[in-house]
Design a protein around this ligand. Sequence first.
Ligand code: ASP
Length: 586
Amino acid sequence: MYRTHTCGDLRIHHIGNDTTLSGWIQRIRKLGGMTFIDLRDRYGLTQLVVDEKAPTELKTKIGELGREFVIQVNGKVLERQNKNPKMPTGDVEIDIKNIEVLNTAATPPFTIQADTDGGDELRMKYRYLDLRRDVVRNNLVLRSKMAIAIRNYLDSLDFIETETPVLMKSTPEGARDFVVPSRMNPGEFYALPQSPQVFKQLLMVAGFDKYYQIVKCFRDEDLRADRQPEFTQIDCEMSFVEQEDVLNTFEGLTRQLFKEIKNIDPGEFPRISYADAMDKYGSDKPDTRFEMLFNDITEIAKGKGFAIFDKAEYIVAINAKGATNYSRKQLDALTNYVKRPQVGAKGMVYVKYNEDGTFKSSVDKFFDHNDLKKWSEQCEAKPGDLLLILSGDKFETQEQMCELRLEIGRQLDLIDKDKFNPLWVTDFPLLEWDEETHRFYAMHHPFTSPKPEDIELLDTAPGKVRANAYDLVINGVEIGGGSVRIFDSALQAKMFRLLGFTEEQADAQFGFLMDAFKYGAPPHAGIAFGFDRLVSLFAGINSIRDVIAFPKNNTGRDVMNDAPSTISDEQLKELYLKVVQPEKKQ
Ligand code: ASP
């Protein structure tokens, strides 16, 4: 028997017991003639002690130990002289009688404890050592608990967990596919799923009624800060439901998770339309933990001879309450912030509503007291407040103002890190126009149904058609999204046409789905949550990397095993593949 207890078990009531523990040596300290060892396993740390009077043989063995050696010890549980209230096992220590080295260890490249000295790259390279640290492993424990809570909830509602293929036919979801060559079908490729979208819809045609899967998905995208090429979704689909049913079911799931995992009741989730979210927050994933809503001052700010405003399609102001004391330097820094290429504004106008009721603005040459008073009324500003204003093309300006709002929210410390503000964003546009390729793209995916009242617009003004599509947003992060699906093959065919597919292309890619729809497809709708994001939100950390056991770095590499890698000539030959070396960059 390797152990009678774990390193997290022993308490004051175990005093006098004989115990056997196994684990890793975190630390060895010598104090006078005594040696103290912190023994670690997944469950905690226990202090071991060997005193001067121990037999020489034991003392020799102890002298040969090193950090991260795997040992088994046997001894008596003693009450500790210097108790450590910070450790659950801090009342006791083990007086070692026997010690067995189960395995030696090379000196680890960084210290394996909460505050490690290892940098990011090093810890990724030795991820299995990093995972020995509580702070890292706890995120994975949370992940496991959440997965179980999700399964229990969906199972209680009769969802069927069904696995769908990983080797499949390419289905466009807006990103590039990862592809896998087929040895048995020379020159042909599978794609890894960007999502099991088509399969889950086919399961509805099959009468499964309610499907779910916690499933790996793959997207070959240029990696931005918080993306992974492979990620996990909680993927669901339901039959004979309307949008309302899906929202209620998944609001229920989310609230259950908050209750079970965090003991929080976030209350009913507010709903906001995409159009309102853009008008009030300049974002389809608004952070509603603080107010500071947008105020459209286009009408009252134009026509006073300030060319920048006069030319602008849209002029928007936010009210930074109580910030009139912002210095010139701070305002310049804010202007520079919005002018960064990532934000892209050309400049920023400010209006200080001074405590004495006067105004001071960066556009005093063009606007008098009455003008500025009007703006401030529109923004419900009071003496002491600061208005920040951006102008230009509507959509771009909204996006820029969203960034400025978040930045000033951070600066004024308005974002409560302990708060969770979930909300549903609904009524997304069905289609998105792309200037470069001069065509429409599906904003969600091609299977999303238009709102029935907007169907007529499909022929006249497709860009105006709203979809039965919805996103769950928490604290400014998109946690999931889904839609009511098209279940009529004629409407689906029309949708493909709008998206620029010829009949042949649509048939080649989705013929099987359109065929399936001919055999009695029920009305259906679904949703997928980003599981990694959800876990990181619950863990209170920014990066999804920290909730994935073996993540990739931001160039898509696994720095631990050095994937991706080249394959042998034989493998290439077997797959009928030839590697063309990329052209060297100049
Ligand atoms: N398949 C969609 C996605 O991955 C979600 C859905 O519509 O259910 O975003």
